[in-house]
Design a protein around this ligand. Structure first.
Ligand SMILES: *Cc1c(COP(=O)(O)O)cnc(C)c1O
Length: 435
């Protein structure tokens, strides 16, 4: 007897972010192909990818421009090591990212967690090269998420991901999150941001001498449950980092590439970070690639005759030409039209369709920023997220709430009919789960 793909996957594959035993009762979704906002299972049933396959997809699955670029790149150069070698895709991508951000010297890896590791290592090594080896601690925000390798976990404040590995993880400082939902009664988001910045200031006043960097997710802490904060927090933390000689790392892995309404989220605060981490949308959801961009001051601290003062970090696939080419093709799609303006229209349309959700009697808070929507649901059901996920699948939707927070992060190409499908299905699934 031949086993189903689902059964073979349960036996052969260890799925991420999953308790494998749950798949005894919750079947995996066997995806055969994808096009635009739609995933198709092996029976041909379609599901709207309402979370852009964990926030990586920007312009829909199978975008013809990215596909053509990848095929062309396959014909010329799939991979070459980047130590001692170079190639056009990595040079052009680095030039473009520098032109877009004002930061440069792109250092590459393959995933977001590695970008976090690189930024932290570079920051501490910068201070060491400047004669301050004691500046080697980091500050993260409460409920922050920066990836799950051991170094990245040290600045990730999500107990479920971290607790089991406590002894393996270095302790970093955690300062209050400017999450607007946590503001005291009658306190505005901007005043809450100022209040949290004062807590950061109090920490830095005492600990700046041993602190290398503060790492933040600009505007939205996505893994915290789409926690949105006022840009004032970024302005104030930039000023504090300057005053106390501490680097500011902007982890734009989730929010970069237009998700919050500007190409990069930190731009809404008109600040320049010392480091920017990018991944997820960088290749439009096609290839694993991440990068860390830094200031000239950082780069210059490593530029020396002595090898040991260099940044000797590497990964085998650093700067992979296929991935860089997919990223270039993604940036070319941004050049084809004003996507921020188009997304404003798309978002207004979907927001209007989401009105019944936003005003639902069991929805406590709804929020929208760029191409991101979130709804906190009043429920005590500890299984809400997994039950909602299953209910949404029945309505042809791939959604995965974070705790009690239902959220949408659809590809930017979602059209009117698909928006209606998303809003209707999400509401129906909510009523079923709460019934
Ligand atoms: C997803 C994410 C990461 C980690 O990226 P991976 O590619 O999953 O390792 C880091 N920071 C933020 C803000 C993220 O959303």
């Amino acid at each position: 007897m031949s086993l189903s793909l689902i059964e073979r996957s349960r036996r052969a594959v260890w799925h991420p972010c999953s308790q494998m035993k749950q798949h005894e009762t919750q079947p995996l979704l066997p995806v055969a192909r994808a096009e635009g906002v739609w995933l198709y299972d092996t029976d041909g049933k379609r599901y709207l990818d309402g979370i852009s396959s964990w926030w990586v997809n920007l312009f829909g699955h199978g975008h013809p421009h990215i596909k053509a670029a990848l095929v062309d790149q396959l014909d010329t150069l799939s991979h070459v090591m980047l130590a001692g070698c170079t190639h056009a895709p990595v040079v052009e991508l680095s030039e473009r990212l520098s032109a877009l951000t004002g930061l440069g010297h792109a250092f590459y890896a393959s995933d977001g967690a590695s970008a976090t590791e690189i930024a932290l290592k570079m920051s501490a090594h910068y201070w060491r090269n400047h004669g301050h080896p004691e500046k080697s601690s980091f500050i993260g925000l409460q409920h922050g998420y920066h990836g799950e390798t051991a170094g990245a976990l040290s600045v990730t404040d999500i107990p479920l991901f971290r607790e089991a590995y406590g002894p393996l993880v270095r302790v970093s400082a955690t300062v209050p999150s400017p999450d607007a939902r946590a503001a005291a009664e009658g306190v505005s988001a901007i005043d809450h941001a100022r209040h949290c910045a004062r807590a950061l200031e109090a920490y830095l006043e005492v600990h700046h001498a041993e602190t290398a960097a503060l790492i933040v997710e600009p505007l939205v802490q996505c893994a915290a449950g789409i926690a949105v904060h006022d840009p004032e927090y970024l302005r104030l933390s930039r000023a504090l980092c300057d005053r106390y000689n501490v680097h500011l790392v902007a982890d734009e892995i989730a929010v970069g590439f237009g998700r919050t309404g500007s190409l990069f989220a930190h731009q809404q605060a008109s600040i320049v970070p010392d480091f920017i981490c990018l991944s997820k949308g960088l290749t439009g959801g096609t290839m694993a690639l991440s990068t860390v961009l830094c200031t000239d001051a950082v780069f210059d601290a490593f530029y020396d005759d002595r090898t040991a003062r260099g940044f000797l970090h590497s990964h085998s696939y650093t700067g992979n030409p296929l991935a860089c080419r997919a990223a270039l093709a993604t940036l070319e799609i941004f050049d084809q039209e004003d996507w921020m303006a188009r997304n404003r229209a798309t978002a207004a349309r979907l927001s209007a369709l989401c009105d019944p959700l936003a005003t639902h009697e069991k929805v406590l808070r709804s929020r929208q920023l760029g191409m991101l929507w979130a709804f906190d649901v009043a429920t005590d059901d500890p299984k809400f997220a997994s039950r909602y996920h299953a209910a949404a699948l029945h309505h042809g939707l791939l959604l995965r709430p974070i705790g009690n927070t239902l959220y949408f992060m659809p590809p930017y190409v979602i059209d009117e009919a698909a928006s209606q499908w998303l809003a209707d299905g999400a509401l129906a699934a909510l009523n079923e789960v709460l019934a």
